[in-house]
Unconditional design. Structure first.
Lengths: 264, 262, 154
C-alpha cells in the first residue's frame, strides 16, 4: 500500500525545560529506507524512542499506521511494537541466552508456533544474516559485528513492517560495514518493510538510502534524496557531507577572547 | 557565610533526592507485585533465579554459620562458666542464632553476595540496553527479569537463615561438647526446654522473610536505577550493600521490639 | 540440559532448608512435646498469681502436663481466674491441689498439680477448688521482719 506508514507532526520534546526537538515534521514512506542524520547529541536516537513509544512527546504527535503512539494504553503500544523491529547500537542481545534462543525469543513470546517450526524460522533468519553456523554460541562469544547481525536476525524475527536501526555502523570494520549495508537494503526490499536508520555515517548511508533527514539545533535542517543533498547549497549540509572541520558547526566552543584568557 | 548556605543546600538536596528514590523504589515494588502473575506462570524463571541467589550462596552461609556457631560456643562457655552455668551453653547458642544471628547475619551475607550480583546484573542489562530491547519487543521486563529475582530472593532467604541457624548450632555443639566437654545431654535438653517453636523459631523465620523482601528490593532497585555506565553500576553495587545492611539492622531492631514486647 | 541442572539444585536447596527447619523445630525447639495433642480446659481461682503468665507450664509430679491458657481478673470476688489447658492423656481427680511454684530461686512461675484421692475426675470446664497462691517476695520479707520484731519484743 502506498503512503506513509509513520507520520511525525509538530513534534516537540525535551528532558526538563530545554527542548531537544522543536516542532519537527517528518514522514516515512512505506517500503523506503530513510535515514536520520545529524551531529552527536542532536536527538536522533530519541526520535526512534518516541516512535516506539518508550518516551512521550511534550507536544505534537507521532502516528504509526494511523494510530497516535502516545495516546495508546499499554496493550495498544505492545500491539504497535509487534510490528516493529529495533536494532540497538551494540546489539543488546540477552547475554544469558544463546544465539538461537535470542532469535527465537520474539517468536516464542508472540506466536504459538510449535518448536520445530520455530527452529526452521530461526535458522532461516540466521541464514539471511549469514550466521546460521553460529546458532549454538553465546553472545559473549561473538565479535561486535556478528553480535549486531544476530540482533538484526532477532529484529526481523516476526517479519516486522518497521525496522529501526540505532547507529548500525558504529565501531565496525569496513567488511562488516559493507555486510550490514547490504543486509539493510536487501531485507527491507525482501520484507517490504519501512526502515529508519539513525546514523552519522555519510558514505555508507548515501549509497543505499532513499530519503535523508538532517537534524540540527532541534529542527530538520535539510531533507531530500541523497542526490538532492549532494547538490545542496546549505552550509550545514555541505559541512556534514564533505566532512569539513569548520563551518556552521564551529570548531571552537564558546569562550571569552583568547587574549583575555592568556592575560590571566 | 556562603559555604554555610552551600552546606545546607547539599543536605537539602541529598534528603530530597533520597526521598525521590524511595518513591521510585516503592513504585518498582508495586510494579513487581502486579507483574508477578507473569513470573509465576513461567516458574522455571524463578527456579533459575533461586539457583543463582540461593544455591550459590550456600557455601558462604554454611561456612560462616559454622564459624559463628563455634565462636558462640567458645565465648559463651568462658562467660557462663564464671557463673557456674556452663550447661546453659546450648540454650545460649541456640537462642542467639535462632532469634538474631541466623536471620541477621544471613541477610547481611546475602546482601553482600547475592544482592550485589543482582544489582550488577540488572545494571549491566540496563547499560547494554537489554531491558530496552525487551520493551521494544513488547515483553514486560519487570515481569520477566525483575519479578522472578524478587521472588527468588524472598524464597531463598528463610531457607538460608534456617540452614544458618542449624549449622551454627552444630558448630556450637562441636566446640562445647566435643572440644570442651560440656555434657551432651545437658546441651540438648536445656536447649529444648528453653527454645520455643512459636516464639523463637517462627519469629526468626518471619524476620528472615522481611529481610528477604527488603534486601532483594534494594538490590533490584539499585540495579534498575543505576546510571547506564560502568562507574554508575559499580557505585550502585556499593550502595546496595550499604543500604541493605543499614535497613536490615534497623528492621531487626523494630521487629525485635515488636516480638519481645508482644 | 541446563533446566535439569537448575531444578535439581534448587530441589536439593529447598530440601536442605526444610530439613534444617524441621531439625530446628524438633531437636532445638519443643514442638514434639507440646501443641500437637488434644487438650481439655479447667479453671482455678487464685487470690494472688504472682508472676504467672499465659503459656506457663502446668506440671504434675514435675512433668509438664499442660499450659496456662489465660489469666483474667474477676471483678465479682476480686480473684484471678486462671484457665488451664491439660493434655487429654492426663486425668486428675476432683480434689486436686493447684499451687503456684517458682522454678529455681528467681525463675519463672508455674502451676504444680497435686492429685487428691477423689474417685471422680476433673472434666472439661470443671473448677479446681483447692488452690494455693504464689509466694510474693515482699510479703515474705515483711512477714520475716514482723516475726523478728515480735521476737525482739519478747
Amino acid at each position: 500500500m502506498p503512503g506513509n506508514l509513520i507520520n511525525i507532526r509538530n513534534l516537540s520534546f525535551g528532558y526538563g525545560d530545554e527542548l531537544l526537538h522543536k516542532d519537527i515534521n517528518m514522514e516515512f514512506q512505506r517500503g523506503k529506507v530513510s535515514a536520520i542524520m545529524g551531529g552527536s547529541g542532536s536527538g536522533k536516537t530519541t526520535i526512534l524512542k518516541l516512535i516506539g513509544g518508550q518516551i512521550k512527546p511534550k507536544s505534537g504527535s507521532i502516528l504509526v499506521d494511523g494510530k497516535v503512539v502516545h495516546e495508546q494504553n499499554l496493550s495498544g503500544i505492545y500491539k504497535l511494537r509487534r510490528k516493529m523491529g529495533m536494532l540497538f547500537q551494540h546489539g543488546a542481545l540477552f547475554t544469558d541466552l544463546s544465539v538461537y534462543e535470542n532469535v527465537a525469543f520474539p517468536m516464542r513470546e508472540h506466536t504459538d508456533l510449535p518448536e520445530n517450526i520455530i527452529k526452521d524460522l530461526v535458522l532461516m533468519k540466521l541464514n539471511a544474516v549469514g550466521l546460521r553456523g553460529a546458532y549454538k554460541l553465546m553472545p559473549t562469544e561473538l565479535s561486535g559485528g556478528m553480535a549486531r547481525r544476530v540482533a538484526l536476525a532477532r529484529a526481523i524475527a516476526l517479519d516486522p513492517d518497521i525496522i529501526m536501526y540505532d547507529e548500525p555502523f558504529a565501531g565496525l570494520d569496513p567488511i562488516s560495514m559493507a555486510v550490514i549495508c547490504d543486509l539493510i537494503r536487501t531485507l527491507n526490499d525482501a520484507l517490504g518493510a519501512t526502515s529508519i536508520i539513525v546514523t552519522h555515517d555519510v558514505a555508507e548511508t548515501f549509497s543505499f538510502a532513499d530519503y535523508i533527514y538532517f537534524i540540527a539545533d532541534g529542527v530538520v535542517a535539510a531533507e531530500g534524496s541523497p542526490k538532492q543533498l549532494m547538490a545542496s547549497k546549505l552550509p550545514f549540509v555541505k559541512q556534514f557531507i564533505h566532512s569539513e572541520k569548520d563551518g556552521p558547526v564551529s570548531f571552537h566552543v564558546a569562550a571569552p577572547s583568547y587574549n583575555s584568557d592568556l592575560a590571566l | 557565610m556562603k559555604s554555610l548556605i552551600n552546606f545546607f543546600e547539599k543536605i537539602g538536596y541529598s534528603v530530597t533526592s533520597r526521598i525521590k528514590r524511595l518513591g521510585t523504589a516503592t513504585r518498582l515494588f508495586f510494579l513487581i507485585l502486579i507483574s508477578s502473575g507473569e513470573s509465576f506462570k513461567r516458574f522455571h524463571l524463578i527456579m533459575k533465579e533461586i539457583y543463582f541467589t540461593g544455591v550459590m550462596s550456600l557455601v558462604i552461609i554454611i561456612v560462616s554459620a559454622f564459624f559463628v556457631g563455634m565462636v558462640l560456643g567458645l565465648q559463651g562457655y568462658y562467660t557462663l562458666q564464671k557463673y557456674g552455668s556452663s550447661e546453659a551453653i546450648g540454650v545460649l547458642v541456640a537462642l542467639a542464632l535462632v532469634r538474631e544471628l541466623g536471620p541477621v547475619v544471613t541477610a547481611l551475607l546475602f546482601a553482600g553476595r547475592a544482592g550485589t550480583a543482582i544489582t550488577a546484573e540488572i545494571g549491566l542489562m540496563k547499560t547494554t540496553e537489554q531491558l530496552s530491547a525487551m520493551e521494544m519487543m513488547a515483553v514486560n521486563p519487570v515481569g520477566r527479569i525483575i519479578a522472578p529475582r524478587f521472588w527468588a530472593g524472598v524464597i531463598s532467604m528463610p531457607i538460608l537463615a534456617s540452614i544458618f541457624s542449624m549449622v551454627g548450632i552444630l558448630g556450637g555443639y562441636v566446640v562445647a561438647v566435643i572440644v570442651i566437654g560440656v555434657d551432651e545431654g545437658a546441651f540438648w535438653s536445656q536447649m529444648q526446654a528453653n527454645v520455643d517453636f512459636r516464639y523463637d523459631i517462627v519469629n526468626g523465620v518471619i524476620k528472615s522473610l522481611v529481610f528477604g523482601v527488603a534486601c532483594t528490593i534494594i538490590a533490584l532497585f539499585e540495579g534498575f536505577d543505576a546510571p547506564p555506565t560502568a562507574e554508575g553500576v559499580s557505585r550502585a553495587t556499593t550502595r546496595t550493600v550499604v543500604t541493605s545492611s543499614l535497613v536490615i539492622l534497623g528492621l531487626d531492631f523494630i521487629l525485635t521490639s515488636f516480638m519481645l514486647g508482644g | 540440559m541446563d533446566k535439569i541442572k537448575f531444578d535439581a539444585w534448587v530441589g536439593i536447596f529447598v530440601a536442605i532448608g526444610v530439613i534444617s527447619l524441621l531439625g530446628l523445630a524438633m531437636k532445638v525447639g519443643n514442638l514434639t512435646s507440646n501443641d500437637i495433642r488434644e487438650t481439655y480446659s479447667i479453671i482455678a481461682h487464685f487470690e494472688n498469681i504472682g508472676g504467672l503468665k499465659p503459656r506457663a507450664p502446668v506440671k504434675g509430679a514435675g512433668v509438664v502436663v499442660g499450659r496456662v491458657k489465660s489469666v483474667v481478673f474477676d471483678t465479682k470476688n476480686y480473684h484471678a481466674i486462671v484457665k488451664i489447658d491439660i493434655d487429654k492423656r492426663y486425668v486428675f481427680p476432683k480434689d486436686t491441689f493447684a499451687n503456684i511454684y517458682t522454678a529455681g530461686l528467681l525463675g519463672e512461675q508455674y502451676i504444680g498439680l497435686e492429685a487428691g484421692g477423689d474417685t471422680t475426675n476433673l472434666g472439661e470446664g470443671d473448677r479446681i477448688t483447692q488452690t494455693q497462691d504464689a509466694v510474693v517476695l515482699e510479703k515474705l520479707i515483711s512477714q520475716f521482719l514482723y516475726s523478728k520484731a515480735s521476737e525482739e519484743e519478747d
